[in-house]
Design a protein around this ligand. Structure first.
Ligand code: FES
Length: 82
């Protein structure tokens, strides 16, 4: 099981955390990953100001846009590009 955690603290919320969660949820459905990937929210990861902060397991990403985060998710979790 892969755990994907999105920070839902106020700074990341302003930078699009909610849209990221929505986009990731859609991908989980589209690629039928519900039994392989757990999507969670997190309180502030104490990295505010560097973009939307989120993790794939223990690896932290600070993505300046939702698109950038989605691309990383596709590459690392789904294994497809674009
Ligand atoms: S609100 Fe996300 S790291 Fe602080």
């Amino acid at each position: 099981m892969i755990t994907v955690t999105v920070c839902v603290g106020s700074s990341c919320h302003i930078k699009g955390a909610r849209d990221l969660i929505k986009a990731l949820n859609e991908l989980l459905t589209e690629y039928r990953l519900g039994d392989r990937v757990e999507l969670k929210g997190s309180f502030c990861m104490e990295r505010c100001g560097t973009g939307v902060n989120w993790q794939i397991d223990e690896t932290v990403y600070s993505s300046s846009t939702v698109c950038e985060a989605v691309d990383i998710f596709k590459e690392k979790v789904i294994g497809v590009n674009g």
